[in-house]
Design a protein around this ligand. Structure first.
Ligand code: GLU
Length: 427
């Protein structure tokens, strides 16, 4: 740590609570693994950050200006990679912290990418389709110098989807004068997307649930699961686990949740959701709040909604054996330690939700090769990569007694450190 402490500590605009949490995680594992202090210092801040103002003509004719970000934390292993989120909480600190997580995630999964994240501070649910399109296109044009299939490749994140990626791809392509599908991933299959990408994050989470259940040796034919969040990640996880014979006893969306100790009929719940727009009110289930949902008795809890849902204030009330983090950063560092001490097995975000970026990588590779794979091929390869990463993380935790989160970080950061050492420092 000597070298880190010897320099005047830079105070950066990104140093919000959220960012400091990501940095603390790095500091903890850097100390634990004896990371070279100069390298540690380089990794504590993003390589490159861009803040843009995005003027948008609203449907009523007025012009509203939004703030957007794109942060590249590291690009040692390849182009920067990471999602774009639309949410009122988006700020430089959050995006920078999430970009750092993407660096560790890609390195852990063995993908040839650095880490990035982008976002726009807005309330996407209040915007019309036309407003969202103009917002997305102008944002793309403001950050276009950072983007490119060998520079920085956006993907969906919170409140962005296939359509958002299609607009980014189109705007980029028109500006460079030819079609460049590989500038984004998570785009629709009809314009060069990959089969299996939309379900990939949930599929990876469900895979980690099965691996974690096997790892803790749960002797039960039908483990019970509670899923917080019923968006692209939570809903797919719940359905795949339901199909695999697990009993999904509770799920929630932003408005609240439903609980049935004998198991929810997930396909029927999905049909109900498409009709009613929320899971609340689903028949044959008790209604619960999001806070109550986290306390439900279950074998596996899957937080797949917002960050910081499990914290010092509620960690003592959890009633599960395993936590599998579908969201990014759903557990605070204090809560993570307490869960570990209480013997709860936590599969960390950079492993549990890495199915998304892994199939993004497949999509990028298929686009560059102009050769497309079947859905089975995609899913088989996803299982191979997820399985290998789970084995490595669980094996290191068993051997070293490190929390799985620390093992995952250690594996990813060690790979990156080796690459940085070999590449050396320019000039
Ligand atoms: N936004 C997703 C994540 O946090 C996917 C990123 C990607 O596919 O590039 O991992």
């Amino acid at each position: 740590m000597a070298a880190v402490e010897s320099v005047a500590k830079p105070t950066m605009e990104c140093e919000t609570q959220h960012f400091l949490m990501a940095q603390r995680q790095l500091d903890e594992i850097a100390l634990e693994m004896g990371l070279d202090p100069e390298l540690h210092e380089r990794l504590r801040y993003p390589k490159r950050s861009l803040i843009v103002t995005i003027p948008v003509r609203m449907d009523d004719g007025t012009v509203h200006s939004y703030t957007g970000y794109r942060v590249q934390h590291d690009v040692t292993l390849g182009p920067a990679k990471g999602g774009v989120r639309y949410h009122p909480d988006v700020n430089l600190g959050e995006v920078s912290g999430l970009a750092m997580l993407m660096t560790w995630k890609c390195a852990l999964m063995g993908l040839p990418y650095g880490g990035a994240k982008g976002g726009i501070r807005c309330q996407p649910w209040k915007l019309s389709a036309g407003e969202l399109e103009r917002l997305t296109r102008r944002y793309t044009s403001e950050i276009i110098n950072l983007l490119g299939p060998d520079k920085d490749i956006p993907a969906p994140d919170m409140y962005t989807n296939e359509q958002t990626m299609a607009w980014i791809m189109d705007t980029y392509s028109i500006n460079v004068g030819h079609t460049v599908p590989s500038v984004v991933t998570g785009k629709p299959v009809s314009i060069g997307g990959s089969y299996g990408r939309q379900e990939a994050t949930g599929r990876g989470v469900a895979f980690c649930v099965r691996r974690a259940v096997a790892q803790v040796g749960m002797e039960k034919p039908t483990p019970t699961v509670v899923v917080q969040g019923f968006g692209n990640v939570g809903a797919v996880t719940a359905r795949l686990l339901h199909d695999a014979g697990y009993k999904v006893v509770g799920v929630s969306d932003v408005h609240g949740g439903v609980y049935n100790p004998s198991g929810l009929d997930i396909p029927r719940l999905q049909a109900y959701l498409s009709e009613m727009g929320k899971v609340g009110g689903f028949p044959h289930a008790d209604q619960v709040t999001n806070a109550e949902l986290l306390q439900l008795k279950c074998d596996v809890l899957v937080p797949a909604a917002l960050a910081n849902q499990i914290h010092e204030g509620n960690v003592g009330t959890l009633n599960c054996r395993i936590v599998v983090e579908g969201a990014n950063g759903p557990t605070s560092p204090e809560a993570d330690l307490q869960l570990h001490e209480a013997g709860v097995f936590v599969v960390p975000d950079i492993l549990a939700n890495a199915g998304g970026v892994t199939v993004s990588y497949f999509e990028w590779v298929q686009g560059l090769m102009h050769l497309f794979w079947s859905e089975d091929e995609v899913n088989d390869r996803l299982e191979q990569i997820m399985g290998r990463a789970c084995d490595q993380v669980f094996e290191m935790s068993a051997r070293t007694r490190l929390r799985p989160r620390m093992s995952a970080l250690r594996i990813g950061i060690a790979r990156l450190a080796e690459a940085k050492r070999l590449r050396g420092l320019y000039p």
